[in-house]
Design a protein around this ligand. Structure first.
Ligand code: AHG
Ligand code: MN
Ligand code: MN
Ligand code: MN
Length: 332
């Protein structure tokens, strides 16, 4: 049998979610519906992404987001698409997004879940036709359903995620997610409009030979990180850096490798956002047998103190993340 064809006749995302229903915490079906809402928005953003060059939706939107970044039109479009899908879906009470200054209270008295989202990851790659992504985290609200949203519903550490995932708009479009029972990946079949299970039970190689870091900032790195990078070079590892976190993470998850966005002299907390980027990918990394730290401790145990807070991120194959941690802590 030709196993490379298996997915095209195989399990759709919907069917898979139904099959795995018992794995969902509080298995009442709402979380399953929420994942389907996200998949629907992903299909819409996939369509927008594919025709961006034709539809005059490339380029800058003309405003700066709360991160101090120039928003791209697709950043704004993706944010609207995901927020709308989550609003209409009815399972979510609040959304926090990289592209919104404040928490969006959906005024949904029955919504049990809070979603944190990076609607469009890798903005700088949109106009040059390079892979981009979406990253999401799902939490259960901690205050009573129906009462006003409180900060503690939002400011949960990553270890409280009930599900997390990403969409990669790449050479093909994929949705990868975990509910804490391993990681599964689905490839989008555009002619059918369905995601099919293509990467069951994804496992990160324990060790790897790829390192991904923006080495243009080398002079700003701390000595321990420089030493680790020199070691990667002395072992002739491959340097791979797309500049879309989702794409860099996905490649390293499949092939074995480490992605680093470190603290620098200029940005002691690095660049990446804890709530929208680091937490979701760290949950997935751990569920796949990998590891994620800020160079010192586990990402998932960081108690957030502000919505848009940043964190250094070292993520990927377990042995590599452990080793860079040893280098960073030398002499401290
Ligand atoms: P976003 O497009 O959501 O703002 O995220 C950009 C992030 C991430 O995707 C990428 O890995 C990183 O920024 C690249 O930053 P540098 O250009 O500083 O390397
Ligand atoms: Mn951005
Ligand atoms: Mn991002
Ligand atoms: Mn983004």
């Amino acid at each position: 049998s030709d196993s490379s064809l298996a997915y095209s006749v195989g399990t759709t995302l919907d069917r898979f979610i139904k099959m795995k229903q018992e794995e969902f915490p509080f298995a009442s079906g709402e979380l399953s519906q929420l994942l389907r809402d996200i998949a629907l928005a992903a299909k819409i953003v996939n369509r927008e992404t594919n025709r961006a060059g034709l539809a005059n939706i490339g380029g800058a939107f003309g405003q700066t987001n709360v991160q101090g970044e120039e928003q791209q039109k697709l950043d704004v479009i993706a944010n609207i698409r995901f927020t709308r899908a989550l609003t209409k879906g009815g399972e979510v009470c609040a959304v926090v997004s990289e592209e919104d200054d404040e928490v969006i209270d959906l005024q949904n008295g029955s919504g049990k879940y809070v979603v944190a989202i990076d609607p469009l990851d890798g903005s700088s790659n949109i106009d040059v036709n390079i892979s981009i992504g979406t990253i999401f985290s799902i939490y259960r609200r901690v205050t009573p359903i129906g009462s006003p949203i409180q900060p503690e519903d939002i400011m949960q550490p990553g270890n409280q995620q009930v599900a997390a995932g990403y969409v990669l708009y790449g050479s093909s479009t994929m949705l990868v997610y975990t509910t804490g029972h391993g990681v599964n990946g689905f490839t989008y079949e555009p002619s059918l409009g369905e995601f099919f299970l293509s990467h069951p039970n994804m496992c990160a190689p324990e060790d790897g030979k790829i390192y991904s870091v923006n080495e243009g900032s080398y002079n700003l790195f701390e000595p321990g990180l420089k030493a680790y990078i020199e070691k990667c070079k002395s072992q002739e590892y491959s340097a791979r850096y797309i500049g879309s976190l989702v794409a860099d993470f996905h490649r390293n998850l499949l092939k074995g490798g480490i992605y680093m966005y470190p603290a620098t002299a200029k940005s002691p907390k690095g660049k990446l956002r804890l709530l929208y980027e680091a937490n979701a990918l760290s949950f997935i990394a751990e569920q796949a047998g990998g590891m994620a730290t800020d160079g010192h401790g586990r990402i998932l145990d960081i108690q957030p103190t502000s919505l848009h807070q940043r964190t250094p991120l070292h993520i990927g194959s377990k042995k590599m993340v452990e080793e860079v941690g040893e280098f960073l802590n030398v002499g401290k």
